[in-house]
Design a binder for this molecule. Structure first.
Ligand code: FE2
Length: 382
């Protein structure tokens, strides 16, 4: 690791973590004189008892609550515009995102839009739009309900165009939550498939971040501990969930998202096209591709794979053993071994390879990835 350039490292979010953390929300709002929150969530979460309890708890403290839950599974621009209208019309003073990736993406995009009223996609990070994020933004609070994306500690939101479905990334350090209330009790009743898929997304974040090119020892330490916590808890969280396994998964998913400020890699670039082309769940797409992508990465990163193997407490401290571990873990938690099992066909491969090579994640991969590499990786996983 040679530090011949200057790097910026960010660890700014306050996180309140532990069983019952979500119950602290009301007092926090009162202390900060925030009395008119807009809560942004999705329709499924809005039906859960824990959500109703949060709302009830706030109302009991005389906090005026408005809920916006009219969002898509893959959020689109009009969701953000509608949410902003609710914020304006009901004269809110802060925004609370409660949910998984989709709800938190919409919440974060509304946070941006409140004081930035040009077309939303003018702020697209991929065309340098972050420079236009210059105004203040409302006080923003996040409460995760899955252990996967880690979006609660993120600075970006992925929003698609309503017609073209093209995804845009809205990014700014201003979009960080001021505080995260991370309460593992909210994840206790997640169904096994969602637990497995989102959990493997978290594992992919930690592994790809650990291997990513950027020199960042702080994140590498976090990523290795994240990998360790997931290896201790994912199988239990899926098959025998309890507070311990849910707690370890929730903090490990946050650690993965903190660590991937270092970058992601080949696995996310393999996964993103599956979601845009075939609407595959993001975590599932990562889970199936993870062993194959890691096998590709061993060459040149043998030392780091040895450290991952040690972290996983494998007898054989090699990259090959790590890959075998990942296949076994997938089998134990009900993730398919092959892409054909999740609807990918031979005829998709060329198109997938085109999309993957254009993806933003793999330039940070430790080893360069060509279009032909993507084609071979998809074929191998088919
Ligand atoms: Fe991810």
């Amino acid at each position: 690791m040679i530090f011949d350039k200057i790097y910026q490292y960010n660890f700014p979010t306050t996180i309140l973590f532990g069983a019952g953390a979500s119950k602290e929300l009301g007092d926090y709002l009162l202390k900060n004189n925030l009395l008119k929150p807009l809560i942004i969530t999705d329709k499924t979460i809005a039906q859960f008892d824990f959500f109703k309890e949060i709302i009830y708890g706030l109302k009991r403290k005389n906090i005026s609550v408005e809920v916006f839950d009219d969002i898509h599974k893959n959020p689109v621009k009009s969701d953000v515009y509608k949410g902003t209208d609710v914020y304006d019309i009901s004269r809110r003073d802060c925004i609370i995102g409660i949910g998984g990736g989709a709800a938190l993406d919409v919440a974060r995009a509304v946070v941006l839009r409140v004081n930035h009223r040009e077309d939303l996609f003018k702020y697209d990070d991929l065309i340098g739009g972050d420079v236009y994020v210059t105004n203040d933004v409302p006080h923003f609070i996040t409460i995760p309900t899955t252990a996967g994306t880690g979006s609660e500690v993120g600075r970006s939101a992925i929003i698609a165009d309503d017609e073209t479905h093209q995804k845009k990334i809205l990014f700014s350090p201003k979009l960080l939550a001021k505080i995260v209330f991370a309460d593992p009790l909210l994840t206790l009743d997640l169904p096994p498939f969602i637990t497995a898929a989102t959990g493997m997304d978290a594992l992919t974040h930690n592994m790809e971040a650990y291997l990513a090119k950027m020199p960042h020892p702080l994140c590498e330490g976090i990523a290795l501990e994240g990998i360790s916590l997931i290896s201790q808890s994912l199988e239990n969280a899926v098959n025998r969930p309890d507070l311990e396994s849910r707690s370890k998964m929730l903090i490990a998913s946050i650690m993965g998202a903190v660590a991937f400020q270092k970058g992601l890699g080949v696995v996310h670039s393999l996964a993103h096209p599956l979601s845009s082309l075939l609407d595959t769940h993001h975590g599932l797409a990562n889970a199936v591709n993870l062993p194959y992508g890691m096998e590709f990465n061993i060459e040149g990163s043998e030392y780091k794979f040895r450290k991952i193997a040690r972290t996983l407490e494998l007898k054989d401290e090699t990259g090959k053993a790590v890959v075998e571990y990942l296949f076994d873990l997938n089998a134990t938690i009900g993730i398919p071994h092959k892409l054909t099992d999740i609807g990918v066909k031979q005829e998709h491969i060329e198109m997938l390879a085109d999309l993957a090579v254009a993806d933003f994640a793999h330039p940070n991969n430790p080893k360069p990835v060509t279009r032909e590499d993507f084609r071979q990786l998809y074929s191998r996983a088919l």
